[in-house]
Design a binder for this molecule. Sequence first.
Ligand SMILES: [Zn+2]
Length: 70
Amino acid sequence: MTAYPIGTEVACDGPTADTDCPDSAAVAARFASRSARQVRADGRADGWRWRRRDRRLVDLCPNCAARPAA
Ligand SMILES: [Zn+2]
C-alpha cells in the first residue's frame, strides 16, 4: 500500500516485491476523490487491482495486475 496522507496518491507497488513498477504508475487523481479509499475506488474502475502480498495489500496498476506474481 502506498497511500500518502497529503494529496492522496495511490501508486503502483510493482509486479513483485523487489521490482518497481516500470511505468511508475499512479491512480489518476479525481476531483471528487480525497481519501485513499475513494482514490482506490477510482483506480479499480480503471483496471487497478489489489493483491495480498506478505500479509499486506499492495496496489497494482493494470499493467502489473496482468502479470503473474513472481
Ligand atoms: Zn505497475
